[in-house]
Design a protein around this ligand. Structure first.
Ligand code: NAD
Ligand code: TYD
Length: 339
């Protein structure tokens, strides 16, 4: 079994590579990553040079490079994690989101079709469904919820999902899609809520909470997401969308307080700042289908997962300190200095 994993130098892709090494040591893994600001070779250091692991630096939207790579490697399975993934950056500069998330996906689909892969899996997000109102806790995203993206990021992911559906039907390709809720865990880039708050708290900086902090996200430990994808690859039905989430809805402000509590830092560090444009109010996945059909259930309780995550950032300071002291500083200035 040879699996081509795109975006493997990022947060979820790298966790997926580590997960697959443990669960399927006999698989050949080929990681393709452009190494944008979010890709980090230090993350992949534990697997580099190991047998059955190959790293290729390339852009998924580069058609010639992808065709040559697929021809040379002939992967059995493709799992596409590669994406521009941050909503705030998509509000600032949407073009690269369409380039990577839509055109990149199309190139991968064409290459997969040309070489006849056994499975193409698209890693998507619950954000393609738009948001839910805060005063309707009875509503959840199911696989049948219409796509109603609200940010350039989620619109680009929705576009990619539609392409996957179209290629599956038109060319009868073996495609599956998963739509997961917000992930947290080791190796998440510090621009995202949880690692940003951990890093700022450790550095004694203000913790910038957008708006009233009452927006709700449905948090899943990254390894539970990886396990769900593995299961979909093994037992999932072609042409099917699988929502992934663990019924762990939390207000942003409560997440931030939980981080401060674990680190024993004062809540006075919390600073409410101008809200994100078009800020989605609530995400909430109904995971009934993946549970009923594949038997998937999350294994990590939030209290354990968040404690483990904070511990990881404490134990791996060089990993994130290098990031927050580099070009990320310009991004942080642009995004937060006058907010
Ligand atoms: P990330 O930003 O941490 O990593 C993205 C990786 O893709 C980086 O290594 C980057 O270098 C690479 N990349 C970007 N553009 C590329 C290109 N053109 N060619 C090749 N590689 C490229 O993102 P993440 O949080 O790990 O998300 C991975 C996937 O999971 C994305 O598709 C995202 O939409 C989806 N997802 C994320 C979450 C979440 O909470 N983070 C939740 C659901 C779904
Ligand atoms: P984020 O991690 O960017 O994920 P997403 O927007 O894809 O859900 O943000 C999670 C939530 O936290 C979202 O409601 C925006 C909010 N947030 C803040 O309040 N402050 C911050 O500095 C960041 C990065 C996010």
């Amino acid at each position: 079994m040879k699996m081509l994993i795109t975006g493997g130098a990022g947060f979820i892709g790298s966790n997926f590579i580590f997960y697959m090494r443990r669960m399927h040591p006999d698989y050949d893994l080929v990681c393709v990553d452009k190494l944008t600001y979010a890709g980090n070779m230090e993350t992949l250091a534990p697997v580099m040079g190991q047998p059955r692991f190959t790293f290729v630096r390339a852009d998924i939207a580069d058609r010639a490079a992808m065709y040559a790579l697929f021809e040379a490697e002939k992967p059995d399975v493709v799992v596409n994690f590669a994406a521009e993934s941050h909503v705030d950056r998509s509000i600032e500069a949407p073009a690269v989101f369409l380039q990577t998330n839509v055109q990149g996906t199309q190139v991968l689909l064409d290459a997969s079709r040309k070489t006849g892969v056994r499975r193409y899996h698209q890693v998507s997000t619950d954000e393609v469904y738009g948001d839910l109102p805060l005063d309707r806790p009875d509503l959840f995203f199911t696989e049948k919820t219409p796509l109603r993206a609200s940010s350039p990021y989620s619109a680009s992911k929705a576009g990619a999902d539609l392409l996957c559906g179209a290629y599956q039907r038109t060319y009868d390709m073996p495609i599956t899609i998963s739509r997961c809720s917000n992930n947290y865990g080791p190796y998440q880039f510090p621009e995202k809520l949880i690692p940003l708050m951990i890093a700022n708290a450790l550095e004694g900086k203000p913790l910038p909470v957008y708006g009233d902090g009452l927006n709700v996200r449905d948090w899943l430990y990254v390894e539970d997401h990886c396990a769900a994808i593995d299961l979909i690859l093994e037992k999932g039905r072609v042409g099917q969308v699988y929502n992934i989430g663990g019924h762990n809805e939390q207000h942003n402000i409560d997440i931030v307080k939980a981080v401060l509590h674990i680190l024993d830092k004062p809540e006075s560090l919390i600073t409410h700042v101008t809200d994100r444009k078009g800020h989605d109010r609530r995400y909430a996945i109904d995971p009934t289908f993946i549970h009923d059909e594949l038997g998937w259930l999350p294994q990590t309780a939030f209290e354990d997962g968040i404690a483990r995550t904070v511990r990881w950032y404490l134990d791996n300071k060089p990993w994130w300190e290098k990031i927050v002291s580099g070009e990320y500083r310009d991004y942080y200035e642009r995004m937060y200095a006058h907010r």
